[in-house]
Design a protein around this ligand. Sequence first.
Ligand SMILES: [Zn+2]
Length: 338
Amino acid sequence: MSVHAMNVAYAPGPDALATEDCPLCDGSRSTLLHRVTLKSEDIARTFELRKCQDCELVFVDPRLSDSELVKLYDEDFYFSTQWPYQTLASWVIDFIQTSRRHRIEQHVRSGRLLDIGSGDGRFVHHMAANGWDATGIDFSPAARDFASQFSSRARFLVGSLEDYDFRPGRLDLITLWQVLEHIGEPRPLLHRCHDLLDRGGVLVVSVPNIEGFSSQLTGERWWGLDVPRHLVHYSPGTLRRALDQAGFRDIRIRHQLLQYDPYALLHSSLDWVFTQRHFLSDLAKGHVPSDMDARDYAYNLGVLLLLGPMLTPVCVMTATASACLGRGGFIEAFARRD
Ligand SMILES: [Zn+2]
């Protein structure tokens, strides 16, 4: 999705009523955190981020219908075949999958895995190659087709959990990598995950942290907001509450160090200076909008070349310090079924 022309007004205070109740506690009282107006080809509309006064969950209001949302998930959302420095990108991706597996195997050693929202399938392939009975599910047929082209023992399904007759209590591991924030009604999904896991099975959930330092520092331009695709914004407290409500125990929250936060902080910081939002990620994917005029392009590129080298080490240090202080921009929860 493109949020290039995103104009934002910061307007705190409960001066407007939510049209949606809180998706975690059904509370109807909420406070306005941000108001975000999108003006792009894909969507031109104002959204609010509201914080529930009862349980502190932050959610988007109004929430687009499923049929509207699905149009905002094009193939580029899942995978780009035009990343520069393919060798470096492959090395980074392999490192990420290996470190994920090592963290997981501290909690559960092997068995049956279901990765929900499996996207390009790299994690599922990595786990299958390391002895796991691994299945990925994603609602995008394009994602399934992309993931299935690599030979592996991994399986890939299209659709949602409701489309398949999974037997309860059969899984040892369920993973939701940067997925739960896209789910408008998290409770049914988390309960279903709990039912599908065997006793002792582990659920892993990673999400952006709305209470992280990056979010606080860059406000309404924070990369992790991704309005309106991210429907719910978690903190360590609200993620723990959601998992606890679904019946999970032994919940451990980990603040991620380097996987997303330094880049997200750099991206969000530069978005305050660029004339065109997301210029950095558009440039990296070779998708700079064709309607950007030469002066804007030169200005944005100049800003990037000037500020990028200075900001990058600052963002790495800030993100690392944030995680160490329990204010990381992204969090990862490990939770167990009793
Ligand atoms: Zn609530």
